[in-house]
Design a binder for this molecule. Structure first.
Ligand SMILES: [Fe+2]
Length: 288
């Protein structure tokens, strides 16, 4: 029998799991149960964990292949820092370029959907969290797909979306992406509708990195994307995660969108570390 207890977080997705120390190596059985929880719930929170970077990377490796960060061209770096606290403990304020760049995370997105092989899981360990704000909002694109009519599903199923990092980051600031980084991340084609290989359930796959729909008039494609996104993120579909120090969260980028709700970087400290588990192939190679 499972040693884990399950507490649902939102009617459509999300679960809090207690009864496991994820800083220690997982048994095969536990790894299997956690992977199944990801497939079923999309968002899995383990509260009250004692982590550090080494333990987080070990956990990441147990769940798949760690994904190198896209912002470090020429060197392999698996960690990203979310927040204003730097490695040396100092704090960057709201007007610092790095803080402004991170506000790109306040748009609804799926992590690294602009890569040829998009990210599978994001793994976040929270160390310092602001006393006010700093919530991350999540919605299920599986639930959004389920709500569509059969005719609409049939219309969307074969479509291809163009994901473009330079496009999404230029919404933050025109010079947010260096020419070197831009050259390393050309636009990619991804299926608009994906299928979970373990459960067979389908979901939309979109977000702020999507520039257009292939073969559609750009304005019409934009209107379709905006309409689908607006429906997906209606307030009743949102789960807002209020981070606590000690939270370890896994979320499934294949079928969730998330967006930061912002916080006052001049008043509060925030330090969270993120790693990702890479996907296994382009969405174009996935079974429909
Ligand atoms: Fe993100």
């Amino acid at each position: 029998m499972s040693q884990l207890t399950y507490e649902k977080l939102h009617p459509e997705f999300g679960v809090r799991l207690r009864g496991v120390d994820v800083s220690k190596p997982l048994t095969t059985e536990l790894t299997r149960e956690i992977s199944a929880a990801v497939d079923d719930y999309s968002f899995v929170c383990f509260p009250g964990q004692t982590m550090d970077d080494d333990r987080q990377l070990a956990l990441t490796r147990q769940l798949g292949k760690p994904e190198p960060s896209h912002t470090s061209v020429g060197k392999v770096e698996y960690f990203g820092t979310i927040g204003n606290v730097q490695k040396d403990g100092t704090v960057l304020g709201s007007t610092h370029k790095k803080t402004i760049f991170l506000t790109g995370n306040n748009m609804w997105h799926s992590d690294a959907s602009f890569k040829p092989v998009p990210a599978f899981l994001s793994i976040m360990c929270a160390y310092e969290t602001p006393a006010e704000g700093g919530v991350t909002m999540f919605v299920s694109l599986r639930a959004a797909y389920e709500r569509l009519s059969p005719a609409r599903k049939a219309e969307l199923d074969p479509l291809i979306a163009i994901h473009d990092y330079v496009y999404s980051r230029s919404k933050v600031a025109p010079d947010a992406v260096s020419p070197e980084l831009a050259a390393s991340l050309p636009p990619v084609r991804q299926r608009l509708v994906r299928t979970n290989p373990a459960t067979g359930t389908k979901n939309l796959f979109l977000g702020s990195h999507v520039r257009e729909i292939e073969g559609m008039d750009p304005a019409a494609g934009r209107a379709l994307l905006d309409e689908l996104t607006a429906e997906a993120i209606r307030p009743e579909h949102i789960y807002g995660h209020a981070w606590q120090p000690g939270d370890v969260v896994l979320w499934d980028n294949r079928c969730l969108l998330h967006a930061g709700a912002g916080y006052d970087a001049d008043r509060f400290r925030r330090y969270m570390r993120q790693t990702r588990v890479s996907g296994t192939c382009s969405t174009l190679e996935e079974a429909a």
